[in-house]
Design a protein. Structure first.
Length: 135
């Protein structure tokens, strides 16, 4: 059984009514919206570990971003949470926060205007974060 709060979250974060109904009908919906922060934190924390390597990091990014995409989480919501988590995780690194805000704005613009494949742009974004945190 789905609670009222879960339905509200599902409605708020689904891209269409059809997607919302399909998720409910197939019994696929989980409160994944609450896990967006956890997934993004996992990606960010693994980027700060120098021993993970770019290949393993990119694989982690793909797995988690495809999971979010499979639940029809809006790109805007992911971007807002990215900025929030970076600003809370690194409150004293103003240059990193400024970099992330700038790149998220570019990411959103690229996804809206130019791209039909947002996953590639999210991967590129997370690679830039990785390079910034490792170097």
């Amino acid at each position: 059984e789905v609670s009222k709060k879960q339905l509200q979250n599902l409605h708020k974060n689904s891209s269409s009514l059809l997607n919302m109904l399909l998720n409910l009908d197939m019994n696929v919906y989980k409160p994944i919206v609450d896990d967006v922060d956890t997934l993004i934190k996992l990606i960010i924390k693994s980027a700060s570990k120098k021993n993970i390597g770019i290949v393993n990091y990119l694989q982690l990014v793909r797995e988690n971003m495809y999971k979010l995409q499979s639940y029809n989480i809006k790109h805007d919501y992911i971007c807002k949470r990215l900025i929030y988590i970076i600003s809370k995780t690194y409150p004293k690194k103003n240059d990193l926060v400024h970099f992330v805000v700038t790149k998220v704005a570019e990411l959103q613009h690229t996804i809206m205007v130019k791209s039909s494949k947002p996953m590639c742009h999210f991967e590129h974004f997370f690679i830039m974060i990785y390079e910034r945190l490792v170097n």
